[in-house]
Write a protein that binds this ligand. Structure first.
Ligand code: C2O
Ligand code: CU
Ligand code: CU
Length: 457
C-alpha cells in the first residue's frame, strides 16, 4: 500500500470531532452555505504509482464526507465544472422533491459552468450518500460518488467513527479506464471493476484507537458489486441497514450489501496496540479480505457496551388497510443485446413488462403508479430474473415486511437487495409529494430498463 496524502487524511483522524473534513472550498462569499461541492475532472492515484483521469468532487477521491445534522437544514452550493450536464441526488434522504436531483423530473440539468443550490431538511440520522443522476454509468463509474452523513440530533457515545467507502474501478494496469459496461454483463449481474478500493486505497489498514468503541459506516459506492460484509469471528453488531437504525441490533455474521446500500456496524477494538480486525467479503465458505482495522495507542478506558442508535421517525404504514400494488421485474436478456448496427438495445430489463424509456425536456414518460398523498401502500415486488437487484426508491423510506426466501424482521430502508426469484413485500406511507424515481442500483440495469418512477399527489 502506498501511503499517499489521501491515505493520511483518511486514516489520520482519531476521535469523532477530528473526522469532519474541513470545508476547504468555502470562501467569504459562501458565508450563506454550509458546503461547496464542485464536480470536476481531476487526476487521482488509484493504481499505485499511476494516474487516472477521473471525475471528482472537489478535485480528489474520496470525495468529501458531507455532514449534516438531523432536524436541521443543510445548504450546499453545487458547481458543475464537468464538460457535460449533471445533477446531484442525495440518496436515502426523505427530501423535498425539488432537491432530489433527478434531471427533467425534479430540476433542469445543471449545465457545465452553472451552479445550483441544494437546500434541504434532514429528518433522519444515518449513513447516506450522494451522486449524480445524469449519465450515471460514466459519472459514477469515473468517481462521482460520496458519503453523506446525518448526525444524530443527540451525540452518541462512540469513541471513533470509521467511514468505509467501498468501490471498484474499471482500470487497466496503467490506470486508464476500461469500457465501463459490456453488453453481456449489463444483461446479467453487471460489469465488475478490476481495482477494488476502500477509501480510494487497495486493502488499506485503517487506524482505530485500542479499546475504543467504534462505529464503522460501510458505504457501497460501487455501480455493481454486492459485498457480503463479515468480520468472521470478531464480535460486531449490526446497528443500521442503509442508514436506518434497526430496533434490535444483532451480531454480524455476513450481510449482503448491494450497490448503493450501507451498513453501520458497532464493535469494541482490541485492547492492545497493533492488533488487527479484518473485514471480509464472504463468498460461499470463503472469506476474502477487503481491508483491515489496526489499533493505535489511545488513553480510552476499555468499553464493553456499544451504544444503540435511535430509530428514525419513519411513519408506520397501516398494513391492514393499505392499498396493494404489484411490481414484477423481468429479464429480456435472452434477446440479442447488440443490434445489427452495433448499438446496444437498451431493454434487457422490465418493470411490469415495460423498459424505462429515458427522459428529456418536455418528454417525461408515464409513472409506474400514481399514489395518493397520505395513504398507506404495500408493494409486492417479484424479481422474476436470475440475477439479484438492489431496488431503490427515492423520497420515501420504506419498511421491508416479508420475503418468500428469508426470515425478515421488519426494518426501514431505501434500498432492498432482491435475490433471484425472490418476492419481497414493502410498505410505506406515501407522505412525500412529488415524482420519485424507483430503480435498480446496478447502474447498468437502470440504464437498460430497470427504472421508473412513482408519482405521489
Ligand atoms: Cu442512489 Cu436514483 O439513486
Ligand atoms: Cu436515491
Ligand atoms: Cu438490477
Amino acid at each position: 500500500m502506498s501511503l499517499t496524502r489521501r491515505a493520511f487524511l483518511q486514516i489520520g483522524c482519531l476521535g469523532l470531532t477530528a473526522c469532519s473534513l474541513p470545508k476547504f472550498t468555502l470562501t467569504e462569499s459562501d458565508a450563506d452555505v454550509d458546503f461547496v461541492l464542485v464536480a470536476e475532472p481531476a487526476s487521482v492515484e488509484l493504481v499505485p504509482g499511476k494516474q487516472t483521469a477521473a471525475l471528482t468532487f472537489n478535485g480528489d477521491y474520496p470525495a468529501p464526507v458531507i455532514r449534516a445534522k438531523q432536524g436541521k437544514r443543510i445548504r450546499i452550493r453545487f458547481i458543475n465544472k464537468l464538460n457535460e450536464p449533471t445533477t446531484i441526488h442525495w440518496h436515502g434522504i426523505r427530501i423535498e422533491n425539488s432537491m432530489d436531483g433527478v434531471p427533467f423530473l425534479t430540476q433542469p440539468p445543471v449545465q457545465p459552468g452553472e451552479e445550483f443550490i441544494y437546500d434541504f431538511y434532514c429528518p433522519d440520522a444515518g449513513t447516506f450518500w450522494y451522486h449524480p443522476h445524469v449519465n450515471s454509468l460514466v459519472q459514477l463509474g469515473k468517481g462521482l460518488t460520496g458519503t453523506f452523513i446525518v448526525e444524530e440530533a443527540e451525540p452518541l457515545a462512540f469513541d471513533h467513527e470509521a467511514v468505509v467507502q467501498l468501490r471498484d474501478w474499471r482500470l487497466d494496469n496503467e490506470g486508464e479506464f476500461l469500457p465501463l459496461s459490456t453488453p453481456r454483463q449489463a444483461a446479467r449481474a453487471g460489469t465488475l471493476g478490476t481495482v477494488k478500493t476502500v477509501n480510494g486505497l487497495i486493502k488499506p489498514a485503517l487506524e482505530i484507537p485500542a479499546g475504543g468503541c467504534i462505529r464503522a459506516r460501510f458505504v457501497n459506492l460501487d455501480n455493481t458489486r454486492v459485498y457480503h460484509l463479515s468480520f468472521k469471528d470478531y464480535p460486531a453488531q449490526v446497528l443500521a441497514h442503509d442508514g436506518n437504525a434497526i430496533e434490535r441490533p444483532y451480531p454480524l455474521e455476513s450481510r449482503d450489501t448491494g450497490a448503493g446500500m450501507r451498513l453501520d456496524v458497532g464493535f469494541i477494538a482490541p485492547d492492545e496496540v497493533g492488533k488487527e480486525v479484518i473485514v471480509y467479503d464472504k463468498k460461499g465458505r470463503g472469506f476474502f479480505e477487503i481491508f483491515r482495522f489496526r489499533t493505535v495507542a489511545s488513553s480510552l478506558p476499555t468499553r464493553t457496551e456499544i451504544p444503540r442508535l435511535p430509530v428514525n421517525p419513519i411513519p408506520a404504514p397501516d398494513v391492514a388497510n393499505a392499498q396493494h400494488l404489484k411490481l414484477v421485474f423481468e429479464w429480456e436478456g435472452a434477446l440479442s443485446p447488440v443490434k445489427k448496427d452495433g448499438s446496444v438495445d437498451h431493454s434487457f430489463w422490465t418493470i411490469n413488462r415495460r423498459a424505462w424509456e429515458g427522459m428529456s425536456k418536455g418528454a417525461i414518460p408515464a409513472p409506474l403508479a400514481t399514489l395518493e398523498l397520505g395513504k398507506s401502500y404495500v408493494v409486492e415486488m417479484y424479481n422474476a430474473t436470475p440475477h439479484h437487484h438492489p431496488i431503490h426508491m427515492h423520497g420515501i423510506t420504506f419498511t421491508v415486511l416479508s420475503s418468500n426466501k428469508r426470515e425478515i424482521t421488519p426494518y426501514h430502508t431505501d434500498t432492498v437487495l432482491m435475490a433471484r426469484n425472490e418476492k419481497v413485500k414493502i410498505g410505506f406511507v406515501a407522505d412525500n409529494p412529488g415524482r420519485w424515481m424507483f430503480h435498480c442500483h446496478v447502474v447498468e440495469h437502470m440504464k437498460t430498463g430497470l427504472m421508473g418512477y412513482v408519482s405521489i399527489v
